[in-house]
Ligand binder design. Structure first.
Ligand SMILES: [Zn+2]
Ligand SMILES: [Zn+2]
Length: 247
């Protein structure tokens, strides 16, 4: 790749597939080229020119849990504990079951790790979730949102999202299994709200690559939710409107 000194500076974090310049690491809040090299993902290759410009080639990160392939969950996995990312006094949330409907989500509301384009989020019945340490550090990110996301006020990680109002998914809590040290959680089943990453600054020209990456992982992509979940929502709304369906 030629020197990229003539490219305009990037103002967003890494979200351009295979586009990178010296400015990328500056805008990604990485302190030096060395620090950048030491970042495990999403770096795929680094080229250093002989002039003043350092050129860095990156691959986009969908999410660290799936960037290198999907690890299948374990049948009969009984759940585990989620921890926030504070160095001490971590909020802990115990889950008494595996998650269901685990998926990659491109919406702007779900918590995602730095550098990832998507969150990975699944659900558990709310009675299977309990906060077991440092609950006082949890704050609701947006009281007006359908899903009230409870985040650690110190590290910003979302420990769980809960629905209190009348809603098709009321009774289910939304959680991120990457916050657990256990292995065996249900693997992601699909990618939802894929086009929404554009609204967060992702170049629409890269969308074919994003969808191809998911297909390569065996995940279907949807711009809202999967047909199964959309049918659940529509069924809930139909029943509210007075329709009854034969079992
Ligand atoms: Zn925390
Ligand atoms: Zn989401």
């Amino acid at each position: 790749m030629a020197s990229c000194g003539s490219l305009p500076p990037l103002t967003r974090r890494i979200d351009q597939p295979r586009l990178a310049t010296w400015q990328v690491y500056k805008s990604n809040e990485i302190s030096s080229p060395e620090a950048y090299w030491n970042t495990p993902s999403p770096i795929s290759a680094i080229l250093v020119s002989t002039t003043t410009v350092i050129t860095i080639t990156t691959a986009m990160s969908l999410h660290p849990l799936i960037d290198n392939g999907i690890v299948k969950g374990r049948q009969n996995f009984a759940g585990g504990t989620l921890y926030c990312r504070c160095p001490s006094n971590q909020v802990a949330v115990s889950l008494k079951s595996n998650v269901a409907h685990n998926h990659a989500c491109g919406c702007s509301k779900c918590w995602k790790p730095a550098g990832a384009l998507f969150s990975i989020v699944g659900v558990v019945p709310r009675e299977n979730l309990s906060v077991t340490a440092n609950e006082s550090k949890l704050v609701i990110v947006d009281e007006s949102a359908a899903i009230q996301r409870h985040a650690c006020k110190d590290c910003g990680v979302h420990l769980y999202g809960r629905i209190e109002k009348d809603h098709p998914f009321k009774g289910l809590d939304f959680v991120h299994v990457e916050l657990s040290n256990e292995e065996g959680w249900q693997e992601p089943q699909f990618a939802g709200f894929v086009s929404s990453i554009i609204e967060q600054g992702f170049n629409p020209k890269g969308m074919d690559d994003v969808r191809a990456r998911f297909r390569g992982l065996g995940l279907d992509t949807y711009d809202v939710l999967s047909p199964q979940l959309m049918d659940l929502i529509a069924t809930f709304n139909a029943q509210k409107a007075g329709f009854t369906f034969a079992a």
